[in-house]
Design a protein. Structure first.
Length: 354
């Protein structure tokens, strides 16, 4: 019987496009996990003939594997901020799979895994779409694209709505902080994004886009007060094409959710694709993945004043050196690792090896 490759997403509504994988594996049936589970339950295929590619701790993936499907690949492209439960169970989940595709820092605590089968995740954030470049002097100054999603850390007092359980959880987290909570508190970058919005929005040089900013109750009270008037002026709205709006600015703030080794996402990649200069803050080892000449490293500046002075003084010729470096990287074999086609090819190679 022909083997079936089942791609199981942690959130079934956010499926990866299987087009490339189907093209690369014509001898296999490549389908989504829900369809594979239906076929197994109906007795049409045997679970032993189902190869599971599991995103994080997908519910569908768990069901297929419990029925006897092959646990081949586990991968993760989300940070600890929004996938905390998965990270807390990683030591148990990871060894169940033959191959693992994670951000570098995730491998630190894994002891029962074959290291030769551990691979750095290359976020598929480089698309074929390229906006038409705009002359440097005709561009707006700087943009940021971010939704109003704020992870409530252990030391943050509940934002709104009196509920006993919220206050109790806050009290417990404040005085009995876990190792994971401490890591998030020390490495989260959400507050740094808000600081950038406050500073550059106050200077009236920021273009801001994203969902949910009409309701500031989702962020801590202290930030609600600081940003209330600035947000009224910025009036951020959702965008259909992020690359288009980013390409209209000289710079774009590419700030990750978390500072974590190897955690490099679409934020810096899409900025380079849009032929805009990324002002980056995230992985401390970013230069191991993206050449330093492609972006402005926010960590190298002692203050926002110093950063603003540098950005404001950048000439068109100096900007072109950033653009040239970025385009050279994106066209290189290393840059091409961050495409969806490359990710599909890598998965296909692992399946064929199996």
């Amino acid at each position: 019987m022909k083997k079936v490759v089942a791609q199981c997403d942690a959130r079934e509504c956010e499926k990866l496009d299987l087009t490339y994988l189907k093209q690369m594996l014509p001898e296999y049936g490549v389908i989504y996990g829900e369809e594979a589970l239906e076929l197994v339950d109906a007795g049409i295929i045997s679970p032993e003939n189902v190869i599971v590619l599991q995103d994080r701790n997908s519910r569908i993936g768990r069901k297929l594997r419990k029925k006897g499907a092959i646990s081949l690949v586990n991968f993760c492209y989300e940070s600890q901020i929004y996938a905390g439960i998965y990270y807390s169970r990683l030591k148990k989940i990871a060894p169940a799979f033959k191959y693992r595709i994670y951000f570098k820092g995730m491998f630190d605590g894994l002891k029962n895994c074959d290291k030769k089968n551990n691979f750095q995740a290359c976020y598929p954030g480089v698309s074929e779409f390229r906006p038409e470049p705009i002359n440097w002097d005709d561009r707006d100054f700087v943009s940021i694209v971010v939704g109003n999603k704020y992870y409530e850390q252990g030391n943050v007092f509940p934002k709104s709505t009196f509920k006993v359980d919220k206050y109790l959880k806050w009290f417990v987290r404040l005085f009995f902080e876990t190792k994971s909570q401490r890591f998030l508190r020390e490495n989260e970058l959400q507050n740094k994004r808000l600081e950038l919005i406050e500073y550059f929005g106050g200077k009236k040089v920021l273009k801001m886009y994203g969902r949910g900013w009409d309701n500031l109750s989702e962020i801590p009270v202290v930030w609600q007060k600081k940003l209330e008037n600035i947000m009224k002026e910025l009036a951020p709205k959702p965008v259909e094409n992020k690359l288009e709006v980013v390409s209209k600015c000289k710079f774009n703030f590419a700030v990750e959710n978390l500072s974590y080794d190897g955690y490099v996402t679409e934020k810096i990649l899409e900025t380079m694709v849009a032929k805009t200069i990324p002002v980056y803050l995230g992985a401390k080892d970013i230069a191991d993945y993206v050449p330093s000449g492609c972006f402005i490293d926010l960590r190298k500046f002692d203050s926002f004043d110093a950063l603003y002075e540098y950005m404001n003084g950048l000439t068109a010729e100096q900007a072109q050196s950033y653009f040239d470096c970025a385009q050279e990287f994106l066209a290189s074999s290393e840059g091409q690792k961050y495409t969806e086609e490359s990710f599909s090819r890598f998965l296909a190679d692992l399946i064929i090896l199996h």
